[in-house]
Design a protein around this ligand. Structure first.
Ligand code: FAD
Length: 412
């Protein structure tokens, strides 16, 4: 049939339906989402939302009606039956498709410790999660954040803006170890510490304390609520709430169950195709090809890029060009923008003063080509870095590191 069904009403799915109509698709479009809210922006949940409490919708209220999108909220898809070209919902409804797009995103990785599901132990992915976190922060007291990733650091910055005590616990020897370069991690750590975030690295949480286990301190715990954490060395940190931010795992179970090739995420090609005909996947749930390897890119720009490619496939329009992967983060007064893949670099060139909160860190390969750039409050450096990555030009590292040299003149 001439109908497209999309599972997941997040960034990838909601943008895809808009693109399909933009590209002139006139058949049925069904968007199935298990959340109760119409598709909304996720990035603010760990940023602005913590003060504003205002949900930002991806599209205006009447958009879905006007575009003749059959948006169904509170609808959990429990099975894909590819041989019958159907998806089956929790309520037993069968919905037929001509093409299927899986955009189920990811969910917070669970912390395998007793107490990780006690009152006051939180994770952050959805609007409902963000509301619970906001309520916990409003209660006051110390927030312990397990995991020094982007979400943890963003929340820490918001909590500090409210003047509350916050401790970030990171198992690696630096925050953002998986995704950022060392200099960038160090600059952010210094900035956070200056503004009162306590950051402990190289520490392993071994227990979540529940009830009145911890003596003293200024916490307001008690009952079945979390009251602290214990580290491997026995040290206890009393707190009133815990945010667990130790990464996300792809919601690829539906795909695995119906035989689609997955490997910690649905494997897709550059056009978003899965191993089954007429079944595509986009967004956080996918593993994308990157230079002979595959990777999960958990970012809005990547989800949007994939949505464009799938829309082009489904509408038989021109194939969009490849984009340089990038994302952003806001922490305190720092607007961070990052492009490329840091782990592909062998040397770094720092431009500007990380201590002054305005800088760019360029990651170069052996041939002095830029493979990644990490910037703070430096949009021009970000744009230039992204262009250098795309062009593959050889750089003059000395000029690149000289903040007085015109950035456009840094290619050899
Ligand atoms: P999602 O947006 O998660 O959407 C998937 C949807 O599918 C969800 O609504 C889910 O409930 C639903 N679903 C899952 N299974 C089913 C099912 N069986 N049936 C029906 N529905 C289902 N990225 C950036 O680039 N910059 C940022 O600053 C940034 N900040 C972030 C801050 C936070 C707090 C979080 C959580 C993420 C942030 N991200 C950021 C990442 C970004 O939000 C994701 O990359 C993006 O949302 C991925 O889109 P998606 O559609 O793949 O997944």
């Amino acid at each position: 049939t001439d109908s497209i069904v999309i599972i997941g009403g997040g960034h990838a799915g909601a943008n895809l339906v808009a693109l399909l109509r933009q590209e002139g698709f006139t058949g049925d479009v069904v968007l199935l989402g298990d959340e109760s809210h119409q598709p909304y922006h996720r990035p603010p949940l760990s940023k602005k939302f913590m003060s504003s409490g205002v949900r930002q919708d991806l599209r205006p209220d009447d958009f879905y009606d006007e575009m003749k999108i059959d948006l169904r909220l509170d609808t959990v898809v429990t099975e894909i039956a590819p041989e019958r070209r159907e998806v089956i919902t929790e309520s037993g409804e069968r919905i037929g498709y001509g093409s299927l797009v899986i955009a189920t995103g990811s969910r917070p990785r669970a912390l395998p410790l007793p107490g990780a599901d006690a009152d006051g132990a939180l994770t952050l992915r959805t609007l409902d999660d963000a509301r619970a976190l906001q309520t916990a922060v409003e209660r006051g007291g110390r927030l312990v954040i397990i995991g020094g990733g982007y979400i943890g650091l963003e929340v820490a910055a918001e909590v500090r803006k409210h003047g509350l005590p916050v401790t970030v616990l990171e198992r690696e020897d630096r925050v953002l170890a998986r995704v950022a370069g060392r200099e960038f991690s160090e600059a952010l750590t210094a900035h956070h510490r200056q503004l009162g975030t306590q950051i402990l690295t190289g520490v392993d949480v071994t227990r979540i304390l529940v009830g009145d286990v911890v003596g003293g301190g200024d916490h307001v715990g008690g009952g079945d609520r979390v009251s602290g954490v214990e580290l491997a060395d026995g040290q206890q940190i009393p707190c009133d709430a815990i945010l667990i931010g130790i990464g996300a795992i792809p919601n690829d179970e539906l795909a695995v169950a119906c035989g689609i090739a997955c490997d910690g995420g649905i494997i897709v090609d550059d056009d978003g195709r899965t191993s089954l005909p007429d079944v595509y996947a986009i967004g956080d749930v996918t593993r994308r090809p990157v230079g002979g390897d595959t990777m999960r890119f958990e970012s809005i720009p990547s989800a949007l890029e994939q949505a464009k490619h799938v829309a082009a496939q489904l509408c038989r329009s021109d194939k969009p060009g490849a984009e340089v992967p990038w994302f952003w983060s806001d922490q305190f007064d720092l607007k961070l923008k990052i492009a490329g893949l840091v782990h592909h670099g062998v040397t770094t060139v720092v431009r500007g003063d990380p201590g002054a909160g305005k800088f760019g860190i360029f990651h170069l390969d052996r041939a002095n080509r830029v493979v990644a750039v990490e910037t703070a409050n430096a949009p021009a450096l970000f744009m230039a870095g992204k262009r250098f990555i795309a062009s593959g030009a050889e750089m003059d590292p000395a000029r690149l590191g000289d903040a007085d040299a015109d950035i456009r003149s840094c290619a050899v």
